[in-house]
Design a protein around this ligand. Sequence first.
Ligand code: COI
Length: 359
Amino acid sequence: METTEMTRIPVQKTTASRLAETDFSDLRFGDKFADHMLEMRYTDGQWGEPSIRPYAPIQMTPAASILHYGQGVFEGMKAFRREDGRITIFRIDKHFERFNNSCKRLNIPEIPFEVFEQGLIQLVDLDREWIPKNKFKALYIRPFVIASDEYIGLNTSQNYRFFIISGPVGNYYREGINPIKLTTMPDYVRAVEGGVGFAKIPGNYAASLLPTHKAKEMGYTQVLWLDAKHRKYVEEVGSMNMFFVVDGKILTAPLSGTILPGVTRDCVIQLGKEWGIPVEERPVSIDELIEANKNGTLEEAFGSGTAAVISPVGLIHHKGYTITLDQDKMGPIAQRLYDTITSIHHGLEKDNHDWCTIV
Ligand code: COI
């Protein structure tokens, strides 16, 4: 991806890097953070100048709006180290578009593209030694914005703080890239039409925690969300979008406002179509999947996400019926997607779609 011109963001470098004491041999997801972070504040109706400084706790009033009403938005992105040593950030423009769409829904002022892009590039460049060398690992990047008014009446905040932090990660699921187990939870819903299901906001994730906890207690990895109205159409998994291969076709829920418009979801759809595999974005009912499982046409189920990449699903439970797929490995389409996407990440395959920005 071509980059836009922007003046450099001022940087205060750390004098106490934590890099040397960080164990990269056993990376999980989300518990290690690189040396620097970016901040930009919104006051008096405009965004101020961004700056980069050492990663550290932030000070906030206990009355800050974000803490009470959750007016905040976040993104999840990744940067990779290629074999030739070059660093890339994946699909900046698509993440930016989703970030600002989420901001619009929560009445948060949009972030200028130049700051988003330049901030990512400078931060990743500064912390480039934090990017793991292994093909299956990455630097996970978390841009986020929070409402910072010192006010506990319910109102759109007048002040905001935009941050970017990052950290090295391994696989998102404990299972690694082995198939995970899902269950529906028909007593709970994730999103309703007209609501906020398409936005990447804390509340969507907070509301999923109790049902997910219950699913885990029952031995499943995650909840497979069904639509709120009919409680029968498959939506997503919270941490990833869902795909099913039925009779040679790839099926996935449409972007009707109740699921996250996943960036990896978009890659899967584009690649699937280019490979000549029919891709149908349409409501897919759990009954249709059970039927396909019974008659042997349900070939694969897998999820896609920035954190999850492509994660195979080996089992889906719904109201006493268990769909079992290949429990030991990814299906052929999921595997081809995983290999292609990770190869593009790491520069092992040509980036025909212009998805990567070289840092
Ligand atoms: C991501 O895939 O980037 C997400 O934000 C999902 C989150 C549950 C880690």
